[in-house]
Design a protein around this ligand. Structure first.
Ligand code: FEO
Length: 404
């Protein structure tokens, strides 16, 4: 059985969602699954844009055969060779012996690394900005290295002004029927997942995203079709996501706000962090987010760190070293190129330990990370006589927010 949707005239979505997967790339929790998008253009030549993950191969092939309705497939454009999109290339070649594979040199290097079949006779190697006519429609390919992998390219349909953007502008989450972003009601939750997806999957490569933007900046765009998540087709939605990508890829805070991240074995550090949160609130600060690294997956926390201007981290000792969950969180933040932010520290330990030094060494790898206020040093628990120190730290954070 098939399940397809019309994207625009003679262009169909032939992807599907996987709601049984629990972690994307076996790393990032995805409670709402994920959509693997693929698109099929019917023109004088037929053209499929990317394949899908092996988990949805059966419905995917049914979708393609239904839309083709007896026609053969002429082209398969491979914008991205990560297995969540390339798992069906060999199957497509078996089904359509005449299909031409369109990619760049790096595409085919990866294809040969992943697969056994010799498909070289089918290769059509394209260079940056090269065009391919399908009849009424013409495709232009723009190489987009490291948006997310080195071989990535995006494909632009000149006549319809549609950008097939590979992983860029994608998100976690299965599609709830509504294929288009403007059809989805719960935008706040959706945007949160767009952010978590971008920051964790592509966040490290902001400069490469900027390079792609320079290439496509002059292109009018009527529609963005990503490999995951809904399609953008309304001008205001395209401008909205472009603006988000501009901020995310330049490591510019979206909003003033404070992300408070702690580890706490018996609640003493947690209480100190909660008191900081309360006092910030009393001083008029909004956008305060408090996270326990032992309870929330780092992908959620890292996304919020990129969202806001400030953060407060606790560095607590465990076996005289940095609590492992906090170490992981800080390393993941740096791996996503967390930078251009203001951070403050709370340190806790009952005897000797080097947790603060270890935490600060990790964060020293980030660019333009400014320390705000004096580190609040606790011995096991916050004491009343330390409240002036805590208040001073809060005041320093408030002042830094006012200077943003
Ligand atoms: Fe959706 Fe980089 O793969």
């Amino acid at each position: 059985m098939y399940n397809t949707q019309l994207v625009t005239k003679n262009m169909y979505w032939v992807g599907a969602s996987d709601r049984r997967i629990s972690r994307f790339e076996n790393m990032f929790p995805i409670e709402k699954g994920i959509a693997y998008n693929s698109y099929l253009i019917l023109d004088e030549k037929t053209c499929l844009l990317d394949t899908v993950d092996k988990s949805i191969s059966e419905i995917y092939i049914d979708n393609i055969l239904y839309v083709l309705n007896g026609r053969k497939l002429d082209y398969l454009v491979i914008n991205h060779m990560e297995p969540d999109h390339c798992a069906n290339i060999e199957r497509i070649c078996e089904l359509f012996p005449d299909v031409t594979l369109v990619g760049n040199n790096k595409t085919f290097t990866f294809l040969e690394q992943f697969y056994e079949s010799d498909l070289t006779a089918r290769y059509h190697v394209v260079k940056d900005k090269e065009e391919l006519s399908l009849g009424e429609r013409t495709l232009t390919f723009y190489l987009a290295p490291m948006v997310h992998w080195p071989e990535v390219m995006v494909t632009y349909v000149n006549e319809d002004k549609i950008l097939f953007s590979a992983d860029a502008f994608g998100t976690f989450g299965a599609l709830d029927g509504n294929l288009f972003f403007d059809q989805v009601d719960d935008k706040e939750e959706l945007v949160s997942e767009y952010r978590r997806y971008y920051i964790n999957i592509v966040g490290k490569h902001g400069a490469n995203v900027q390079n792609l933007f320079k290439k496509i900046t002059e292109l009018p765009i009527n529609m963005i079709c990503a490999l995951h998540g809904p399609v953008f087709r309304e001008t205001e939605d395209i401008e909205f996501i472009m603006d988000k990508y501009q901020k995310w890829s330049t490591y510019t805070p979206e909003e003033k706000g404070v992300v408070i991240v702690f580890a706490s074995m018996y609640g003493n550090t947690e209480l100190a962090m909660d008191i900081i949160a309360s006092k910030l609130s009393e001083r008029g600060v909004r956008n305060i987010k408090v996270f326990d690294v032992s309870q929330t997956d780092p992908s959620y926390i890292v996304a919020q760190l990129h969202r806001y201007s400030n953060a407060v981290f606790s560095a607590i000792n465990y076996n005289a070293e940095l609590y492992l969950g906090m170490s992981t969180l800080l390393q993941e933040a740096i791996m996503t190129n967390y930078q251009n932010r203001k951070i403050s520290w709370v340190n806790n330990g009952s005897w000797a330990g080097k947790s603060l030094q270890m935490a600060q060494e990790i964060m020293a790898k980030g660019k333009k990370i400014e320390t705000v206020g004096e580190t609040l040093v606790l011995k096991s628990a916050l004491k009343k006589e330390q409240l002036p120190e805590l208040d001073a730290l809060v005041e320093a954070i408030v002042a830094s927010l006012e200077n943003e």
